[in-house]
Write a protein that binds this ligand. Structure first.
Ligand code: TRP
Length: 367
């Protein structure tokens, strides 16, 4: 009995290669064009601080585009995931409100999209337990993203929840039988866990009819925006322009942004990453090519570039910021929207858990 937890885990190879994921993503993009109603999208964010422009151009923008295709959408406030690497903060309710305000301000529409928080969905969390039985410790141990997150948090010890959270994330996706998960490349190892869980559950408990669909990543083609210091844009690095930043804060952050000593502005991401990142941000806000923005600034140098970008950001986000300010002033409204989304997610999760219990023979009558 040296492997009780893993003894029944199927020893199949996982199709982990990036090329496979990319091919699936391209196929999915095509299917979404022809038959969006056949898919269900699930994605989400941890409520650990306000969302920033990297989120906007990386994923939020794309979510709104997908919502407009008519696909069924679920957007998750991943509040349990905040305790993988920290204590649950007293500020959690405000952090959740901030995330909701960001979502609604950019155009995620609660009439068409179910916005919910997974701490509130009991049946979703109960799926975590049987799902844990479907993966081995060795597999979880190979997840590079979990390791990166532990390192980034500067922690030496990894909590059990941190170690297993990709399985919890599988419950986030599978409770609603999600098929499309728009994510960045770093989330692919987690998605692989969800695919493995779905496949093994079906093989073990639902051979006749595949119960869970295998979800696939929809990889964003969006360019990666760096922070104002040339590192990855991130809430914790202090280099991010929040969606909710004021025009003055935006200008101030950009005036301190890293550039280089060459006067003439060009778009050359390989050799001039800092300048090119600012050019890219301006171009994204203006819906123009980076080359044309660089051309326009030309000999004006970095001061001219920074003021052009600040103006472009402030113009592009003026309405979103105005809407966001109104939303955050009415917390009752935000909570009502979340309550309605939770209610809908609960119905879906209850139905899935009932099926899972039936398939696993754990729905036997008592008494
Ligand atoms: N792990 C994701 C992140 O850190 C958040 C998340 C939680 C998520 N559950 C999810 C993303 C399910 C997609 C699908 O950003």
């Amino acid at each position: 009995m040296d492997q009780p937890a893993t003894g029944s885990v199927d020893n199949e190879t996982t199709d982990q290669s990036y090329a496979d994921a990319e091919a699936r993503s391209a196929r999915l993009e095509e299917e979404l064009r022809t038959d969006p109603g056949a898919h269900r999208m699930l994605t989400g964010d941890r409520p650990t601080g306000p969302l920033h422009l990297g989120h906007y151009f990386g994923t939020l923008h794309n979510r709104v585009r997908l919502q407009d295709t008519g696909i069924q959408m679920f957007v998750l406030v991943a509040d349990y995931q905040t305790i993988t690497d920290r204590d649950s903060p007293k500020s959690l309710p405000q952090d959740v409100d901030a995330l909701l305000a960001d979502y609604l301000a950019v155009g995620i529409d609660p009439e068409r999209t179910t916005i919910f928080a997974h701490t509130q969905i009991t049946a979703l969390n109960q799926l975590f337990l049987p799902f844990l039985s479907l993966v081995s410790v060795a597999e979880l141990n190979r997840n590079p993203t979990v390791k990166d997150e532990v390192n980034a948090a500067g922690q030496t010890a990894m909590s059990g929840l941190m170690f297993t959270y990709p399985v919890h994330q599988a419950a986030d996706i599978l409770f609603c039988k999600g098929t499309v998960v728009p994510v960045g490349k770093d989330q692919l190892p987690h998605l692989e866990v969800a695919r493995v869980v779905a496949r093994r559950f079906n093989r073990r408990y639902s051979r006749e009819r595949r119960y869970f669909p295998e979800p696939a990543a929809l990889l964003s083609e969006a360019p990666v925006l760096l922070g104002t210091d040339g590192q990855k844009m991130s809430k914790s690095r202090g280099n991010a322009i929040a969606l909710s930043a004021t025009a003055d804060e935006t200008s101030r952050l950009l005036s301190r942004a890293k550039t280089d000593s060459e006067r003439r502005i060009t778009y050359d991401p390989a050799n001039r990453p800092d300048v090119s990142n600012l050019v890219l941000l301006g171009a994204l806000c203006l819906d123009r090519t980076p080359e044309s923005v660089a051309e326009e600034v030309g000999a004006g140098g970095s001061a001219a570039l920074k003021s052009l970008v600040a103006e472009a950001v402030n113009e592009r986000f003026r309405d979103i910021r105005k809407r966001r300010a109104e939303l955050i002033a009415d917390r009752g409204h935000l909570r009502r929207i979340l309550a309605a989304g939770n209610e809908r997610a609960r119905e879906v999760a209850d139905a899935t858990l009932a099926d899972v219990k039936r398939l696993m023979h754990t729905d036997y009558p008592i008494g």
